[in-house]
Design a protein around this ligand. Structure first.
Ligand SMILES: [Zn+2]
Length: 569
């Protein structure tokens, strides 16, 4: 087997000049080498695998046959037994919410509840553990799973839980249900003139009384009364989420929309060496960022060579979600004539935010779900590309790109927009997406292939805690477009299915490209950082169904083992 010594990345070629090579290995004086062996190692999804890898410090210095590599190594090197597992370039989730996952892990999980009664029961059980008056929050209910798939009315919940204010978010986070106690605190319990809310809606029943259902920004009317998490709680949630994410094999997360307090806590954890996961963060930018924040970020990449945190951009949000009919559409919702969703920023405000952010050096990442929001995003990105000479160099991102009008499909490539999409959104939403959109619009829905010619520039994620952060579930959805039970057979809108190589690239090379890191991450060539995920199956060649049963054996970040599953024997 050939030993690969690549001189691809420019920074590494420079560095190599100062070192010697021996037996195909780049040697760095002073640092002990580690040999990874007894496994199958993909340096790149599209290349044939090798059998061993040598890491020195944070970087890969050799790859190829075990025998050759051992020959080239001096004595005293360490070894890591891959136990027959399959190592791939470290998996990255290009769109997640770390503190949000920690919060979800701490609050009542309503995920998978098969009826409104089950939701109520889970909330009631939690409320019993807390003194009356304590806020009970939860997340993850999804009425599309219920036999009666209507949005719930608070009455049954309020009857079961009368003494605790309750606010429980729908699975997509874009709708929430409040009980009577919570509505009372927010002054929304009874009929009467309701406030006009930009970018949101308070649902009312036939009597004009709020049903407890709040859409998008209206959630804040009740949410603002929930005691805010203090720094200790945020720190605890981040660490709790980090543990779960490393165990799932993720080496990096693009954290989409952090507030200044969370940014500070991430920085503090990073400085103390407690951030094991790599985090590429985007500041929440819809409300506009103040001058002080704009001056402070983007965080210089060379702040510390040990740093696991980069704050590189800003997240903007143009519309809501499809499930709660908050996504901004060009035409009416098929199942709700007269409704076209909600825009959370108007065009002029969006363009002005983009201009401010890009002049401050922050990469824009904009949430757009409906075809109207997507068109607005493309128009604004095009305008900025004309007026700001280096705008395209940012690789401006679109988050979700869920429903795109046919005339707009090719504009993403032309404008150099990075598509950050979530395969599990497709397989969760497929049950009701056609009802919302009708058959014609469906052709441009969750259409990874239509907008992205090269899957290496497609960045996949999960939008956790909206979906599970498990990247194996994402790989499965990308390859099959089926739910975990294998429905629908052959896959939903199956022409958009990806191959094993393409799906893996979208969880490795794609996110690296989206974060301008493709020179050192997203692959495992010599000179690249040693970020590895070691799996019990071959994610490229295995039957997709095996991904759902597979386990993560090891997560390695910058050459350090960040998670290792205990050996079964
Ligand atoms: Zn999100």
């Amino acid at each position: 087997m050939r030993v690969f010594v690549a001189f691809g990345p420019v920074f590494f070629a420079l560095c190599l000049c100062a070192c010697q090579t021996l037996g195909g290995l780049a040697l760095f004086p002073g640092e002990r080498a580690t040999l990874y062996y007894n496994g199958t190692i993909y340096l790149d999804p599209a290349e044939p695998p090798v059998e061993a890898l040598v890491v020195r410090g944070k970087r890969v210095v050799g790859a190829g046959s075990e025998r050759e590599l051992r020959k080239g190594l001096r004595q005293g090197y360490r070894t890591v037994d891959l136990r027959g597992g399959v190592a791939v370039p470290g998996l990255t989730d290009a769109h997640g919410h770390i503190a949000g996952l920690g919060e979800a892990l701490e609050s009542v999980s309503l995920q998978g509840a098969a009826s409104y009664e089950e939701v109520i029961e889970r909330v009631r059980e939690e409320a019993q553990r807390h003194a009356p008056g304590t806020w009970i929050t939860g997340r993850g209910w999804d009425q599309s799973l219920w036999e009666v798939a209507d949005f719930p009315h608070h009455e049954a919940l309020s009857k079961a839980v009368p003494d605790h204010p309750v606010l429980i978010r729908r699975v997509d986070g874009h709708a929430a249900l409040a009980n009577a106690r919570a509505l009372e605190i927010a002054g929304l319990l009874f009929a009467g003139p309701l406030p006009e809310i930009e970018g949101g809606r308070i649902e009312v029943d036939g009597r004009g009384v709020p049903t407890g259902l709040l859409i998008d920004t209206a959630i804040g009317r009740v949410g603002r009364h929930v005691p805010a998490a203090d720094r200790t709680a945020i720190r605890r949630r981040i660490l709790r989420a980090q543990e779960a994410l490393l165990e799932l094999g993720l080496v990096c997360v693009h954290d989409m929309g952090i507030d200044p307090a969370t940014a500070e806590i991430l920085e503090e954890l990073d400085e103390k060496g407690r951030l094991d996961l790599r985090v590429v963060a985007y500041l929440w930018g819809n409300a506009g960022l103040d001058a002080e924040t704009l001056a402070r970020y983007p965080r210089p990449e060379d702040a510390s060579p040990e740093s696991r945190l980069r704050i590189v951009g800003a997240k903007l949000m143009l519309d809501g979600a499809l499930g709660s009919r908050g996504a901004a559409l060009l035409e009416d919702y098929t199942d709700a004539p007269g409704e076209r969703g909600l825009l959370r920023l108007q065009y002029a405000a969006f363009v002005s935010r983009l201009r401010t952010l890009s002049r401050a050096g922050l990469q824009p990442a904009t949430h757009a779900i409906g075809d109207r929001a997507n068109r607005m995003l493309l128009d604004a990105y095009a305008e900025l590309s004309r007026s700001e000479s280096d705008f395209a160099d940012f690789r401006p991102r679109i988050e979700h790109a869920q429903v795109v009008a046919p005339g707009d499909w090719s504009r993403f490539g032309r404008l150099g927009v990075v598509a950050s999409m979530q395969p599990t959104h497709a397989t969760s939403d497929m049950r009701w997406a056609e009802a919302r959109l009708g058959p014609e619009r469906l052709k441009g829905a969750y259409a990874w292939r239509r907008m992205v010619a090269d899957p290496g520039t497609l960045a996949f994620g999960s939008d956790f805690p909206v979906e599970s952060p498990d990247p194996l579930a994402g790989l499965y959805a990308a390859r099959t477009r089926m739910d975990r039970e294998g429905r629908p057979s052959g896959g939903w809108l199956a022409d958009q299915t990806l191959s094993g190589v393409e799906a893996l690239a979208a969880f490795t090379r794609g996110p690296a490209f989206a974060a301008h890191e493709e020179q050192g991450r997203g692959r495992l060539a010599v000179g690249y950082f040693a970020d590895l995920t070691v799996l019990s199956v071959d994610p490229i060649l295995c039957d997709p169904g095996d991904l759902l049963e597979a386990s993560v054996l090891m997560t390695v970040i910058d050459g350090e083992v960040a998670f290792e599953r205990a050996s079964p024997n």
